[in-house]
Write a protein that binds this ligand. Structure first.
Ligand code: NDP
Length: 367
């Protein structure tokens, strides 16, 4: 498959051969010194997906890697042309402090490691992009926000849907009053999880179960789809396989939230149902539906006015180019992706677990 760079090169060659031909305007890659230089920490499934998507980025490029597996470092050096001097392990990565080729570290390790790793990256004076969930609870998340502030570095969360064209179209329509007063949001997120030995089913590394991993999309989505932060939550847990889903690792949780305007949300998070990826927003004048709503795409959507037709773009390519503009040029994204957003989602997760235990409505103060 041709990459965007191949295409740009091909267009440039054609232009040189036929100087009088008028060509359409295209996005040129920024000069190297204006690009965001990214090091990945934890070279697993998602890091590989983002790194592959970055081949089409014009504003960000990979310059470093941090891993506990030496063979992955050699593989990444070859695949992404990373110098050996920009490769680190978990013991020595504090030395990135002295590496002028790295602007930001993208943390793609298991959830339970994010907190300590982000504190170390901040202390090394580098910006951070941290995957969701940013930490195991809101207290840890706030400590990460505070540490990055103190170190004068930015902390962004890998909320790729905040840059997705159909999601942004709905956001824009809601803000313009197309749906009228928002009344109800439904967020259903889940998949059937496989290998019982993986870190996602280990309380220490995952911080919980489906809510931490996939339910967080419904939580985060409830906020960007309604345009409000919830003020209360109730939740109920269902566990059909206590062997696979140990204490503290949730299989399925249903939760309901209330918003200051009076809008309400009803959500489902699960590790035991496939094809569950749907958002539904209803207002007094119309509705919006996304299905799939948060998978890697293409996202599909419609409103009471018809199908959404914004073209699909690889989420991670757009995310990394946008994050380059946020970090290097102070761009303000339409839907924020800063650490404080990650803390809000963790406050809701803390309250969901508390509501499962108490059986009561928990009040939220997202601030
Ligand atoms: P993987 O298990 O595929 O990769 C995690 C990597 O972390 C490992 O390959 C390993 O890399 C490193 N690691 C360090 N310590 C450990 C440890 N104790 N156990 C396991 N791995 C370790 O996970 P994912 O890539 O799927 O997920 C990583 C993060 O990204 C999670 O926070 C997850 O929630 C998030 N994610 C986000 C997605 C999104 O769409 N935004 C999608 C998927 C995941 P190495 O050998 O190089 O040290």
């Amino acid at each position: 498959m041709k990459t965007r760079r191949d295409f740009i090169q091909q267009v440039a060659l054609t232009a040189a051969a036929v100087p009088l031909l008028r060509l359409p305007a295209i996005a040129h890659p920024l000069r190297e010194e204006s690009q965001l230089r990214v090091a990945f920490m934890g070279l697993g499934g998602y890091a590989n997906r983002v790194a592959d998507a970055m081949k089409d980025c014009t504003k960000a490029r990979i310059t470093g890697a941090i891993s506990g597996t030496p063979s992955k470092l050699s593989d990444w050096q070859q695949r992404f042309n990373i110098p050996a001097a920009n490769c680190y392990n978990y013991e020595n990565f504090d030395k990135i402090k002295d590496n002028p080729d790295i602007d930001v570290v993208y943390v793609t390790t298991p959830n339970g490691l994010h907190h300590s790793q982000v504190l170390r990256i901040a202390a090394a004076g580098k910006h951070v992009i941290c995957e969701k969930p940013m930490a195991l609870n809101a207290r840890e998340g706030q400590e990460m926000v505070d540490a990055c502030k103190k170190a004068g570095v930015q902390l962004l969360i890998g909320y790729r849907m905040h840059f997705e064209p159909k999601t942004l179209a709905i956001n824009n329509m809601r803000n313009s009053g197309v749906f009228g007063k928002v009344k109800f949001f439904q967020g259903q997120c889940g998949f059937t999880i496989g290998d019982p030995t993986q870190w996602r089913l280990n309380k220490e590394l995952a911080g919980g179960g489906s809510i931490m991993d996939i339910g967080i999309y419904a939580i985060n989505g409830s906020r960007y789809m309604t345009g409000e932060d919830p003020i209360w939550v109730t939740a109920q847990e269902v566990k059909t396989d206590p062997v696979k889903f140990k204490p503290g690792v949730d299989e399925t949780i249903m939760f309901e939230m209330g918003f200051p305007s009076g809008a309400v949300a009803s959500c489902l998070s699960t590790y035991s149902m496939n094809y569950l990826d749907r958002f539904y927003l209803i207002g007094e004048k119309g509705f919006a539906e996304l299905q799939p709503s948060t998978g890697y795409g293409p996202i599909k959507g419609r409103t009471h006015l018809g199908e959404l037709t914004q073209p699909h773009k690889t989420h991670q390519t757009v995310q990394m180019d946008e994050m380059a503009d946020i970090i290097l040029r102070g761009k303000k994204p339409v839907i924020p992706v800063n650490g404080e957003e990650g803390v809000k989602d963790l406050k809701i997760i803390d309250a969901i677990y508390a509501a499962v235990k108490s059986g009561k409505k928990e009040t939220l103060h997202l601030g």
